[in-house]
Design a protein around this ligand. Structure first.
Ligand code: G6P
Length: 360
């Protein structure tokens, strides 16, 4: 492998740190000299002629797809379904008249995603692959490809590919909205530049996050991540990250679902990490935090500037409310990293996991 860790002890930490640069690279690659959005005309046509989008992915890429759905529905006004690749074959939904399939895959080699691609191509439907590996199978076999420009990702736990996927999905959604003539009060490149700076602020705060990992997770048996709205999607990703590399049993939940079961698991000292980056649900998620604290939970609130409260464990810089996943995920990636490190786990090569799953 000719990719070097340099001064880093692990690829994962290096890749977390690369995220601001990846954001800037994406801004450059998806912009013309006249500062207009640069988008493949085939992709533009496909986005404009479909009546529904089916996002197919696995693992972390699936979690990016959940965020992408919000962008495409809210900005471009196209209905979106997000499906786990391995389930799609059995639970194939009723398709719309003019479906467009979007495959999100860091490696472009995930067998379950490829199986769906083969199937829908047989049915004659168009496919777009969003991948970090341009010549990959999913890229070659789809009609269109959008590149992530994240550079090789070596650590098994995906970090910079996730944020790159979300950024590219945001650009795709805005580009579609513009081609459709929808009026938007959202300049994606400007907002992504703000995100890049915010990411840099966060990667400079490693010590604070390492302290939190030590305090909350070093000896924890389990951990819960709660959030509402777009924060909920990030909670799923945060829980996956923690499971993958620290082997702590972790789950992400929608705040409102707590009382329907999960709250039964809260004991004295159970770590509950809550995300609070969305103004419209700030009050409700704070209510959920009080509910778990009343049952003994060790709460850690990660909020966004402007919505913070005195007792919050960590505050992320302010970014556009649609793009908060790009920023809120960074301390959560670092939290997993340091939790794994302090539990003596093999951060870059966790047990039982492969970087790319090429068997069904
Ligand atoms: C494996 C990796 C994950 C990744 C998933 C999907 O499980 O360990 O990090 O999210 O595959 O991979 P893809 O390359 O399709 O995004």
């Amino acid at each position: 492998n000719d990719i070097e860790k340099g001064t880093y002890s692990h690829f994962m930490l290096k890749e977390i740190d690369e995220q601001p640069f990846v954001m800037r690279k994406i801004i450059n690659e998806y912009q013309t000299e006249n500062n207009e959005l640069k988008m493949d005309t085939g992709v533009r046509q496909a986005m404009n002629s479909c009546d529904r989008i089916y996002i197919i992915a696995a693992g972390t890429s699936y979690h990016a797809g959940l965020v992408g759905k919000e962008f495409i529905e809210k900005l471009a006004n196209i209905p979106v379904e997000v499906h786990i690749a391995s389930e799609f074959s059995y639970n194939t939904p009723l398709l719309s008249e003019k479906p467009l399939f979007i495959f999100i895959s860091q490696s472009g080699e995930t067998a379950d995603s490829r199986a769906v691609l083969v199937k829908i191509k047989e049915m004659g439907h168009p496919a777009l692959t969003i991948t970090n590996v341009p010549g990959s199978t999913l890229s070659r076999e789809a009609d269109y490809t959008l590149n992530l420009y994240a550079g090789p990702e070596i650590a098994v736990a995906s970090t910079k590919a996730y944020t790159a996927q979300i950024a590219v999905l945001a650009i795709l959604a805005v580009d579609t909205a513009k081609t459709k003539g929808l009026s938007l009060d959202f300049d994606p490149m400007r907002e992504l530049a703000i995100v890049a700076n915010a990411m840099e602020v966060l990667t400079d705060q490693k010590e604070a996050i390492e302290d939190l990992a030590r305090k909350y997770l070093r000896t924890a048996r389990n951990a819960f991540f709660i959030g509402r709205s777009i924060d909920y999607h990030v909670c799923l990703e945060a829980a996956l990250k923690l499971k993958e590399i620290s082997y702590i049993q972790a789950e992400g939940f929608a705040g409102g679902e707590l009382k329907h079961g999960t709250i039964a698991l809260i004991e004295e000292g159970t770590p509950v990490i809550a995300l609070a980056t969305q103004k419209n649900v700030n009050y409700s998620i704070r209510g959920n935090v009080q509910e778990v604290v009343a049952r003994g939970a060790n709460d850690m609130v990660i909020s966004m500037k402007g919505l913070e409260q005195d007792t919050d464990a960590f505050v992320i810089p302010h970014v556009h409310e649609l793009l908060t996943p790009l920023v809120s995920v960074v301390p959560l990636q670092l939290l997993s990293y340091y939790a794994a490190l302090h539990r003596d786990c093999d951060v870059d090569k966790p047990r039982n996991l492969a970087k790319s799953v090429t068997v069904e």
